[in-house]
Design a protein around this ligand. Sequence first.
Ligand code: PLP
Length: 344
Amino acid sequence: MSTVELRSDTFTKPTAGMLEAMMSAEVGDDMIGEDPTVNKLEARVADMLGKEAAVYACSGTQSNQMGVWANCERGDELLIDSTGHIANYESGAPAILSGVSCRQFQGEFGRLDVHHLENQIRRDDIHYAPTKLLCLENTTNLGGGRSYSLEQLERVCGWAHENHLRTHLDGARIFNACVSAGYDVADVARHFDSISICFSKGLGCPMGSILVGSKETIQKARRARKLMGGALRQAGIIAASALYALDHHVERLAEDHANAKRLAAGLSEISTVEIDLKAVETNLVFFNIDPSWGTAVDVEQRVAEKGVKLYSVGGTHKLRVCTHLNVTTEQIDQAIKVFQECLV
Ligand SMILES: Cc1ncc(COP(=O)(O)O)c(C=O)c1O
């Protein structure tokens, strides 16, 4: 039986078509702006998002941190949900790379709204770090793979801009949000000063992310990319995978979402599993194991013996499964069977 890889959409491998596109990519020296494939990708994504410019990056962590750098000065603080990737899973990079502190708020499913943030902007006083940037995530990762509505984005980013904050979107999985919520990526992007998008998650590329914004913001981010060691040479080989993914792997995200719902429905029939089916919107499914059965790590080990891989996350009884390009509906049914056998 094949292994069912449900740990993350970062485990996807390039398809044959993607590899072909990479092999035939035209390349040049990207550090001096001469890689035609990288230039094509940057221009295409900037245009898709209705922004002036974009800069290709190695990883989502890097493009997020280039965004923090470009929007803030040393000593500033940013506001973020308590599950936010930028604050929790990027090695403390805002403090180390940009000298920026993160103030965290408990939102709903990783999403912040005005009522979480009102009156939280620090007044101009030597005691305080100036509040400069609001960072949101769409879809939320640890928040549960949830999307923002356009109304909420308009409200919360409108509030931020009225209060002279800048706004950054960690859009590692922005196309999952677009496909699930049915909105255009440009309608999301218009609320943000910078947007980071990952190609190496649901879109199935071997690596690569991009930061999008105004010419001025992206020029600052380009400098940050260089100083963070992320300016590359013939990066067109990788950028070609992203161009291919934009053509072939965006609409199909709906299949991953359907598989996630199918898996969640199967899990909900197991008596030791606690799951909220209404919370499953995209390709991430979170559930809890009844403590009388064991811990999340026990689940991880038991199902791995039967070829199903998933992650235990944030606490002793919480687990995450993630559907993606390399998981078929048959494998979802195989995984449900394994869960049924193991978790009784
Ligand atoms: C929401 C979110 N943002 C950013 C990242 C960082 O991406 P990378 O692993 O490419 O650095 C991840 C990675 O899982 C993520 O889930």
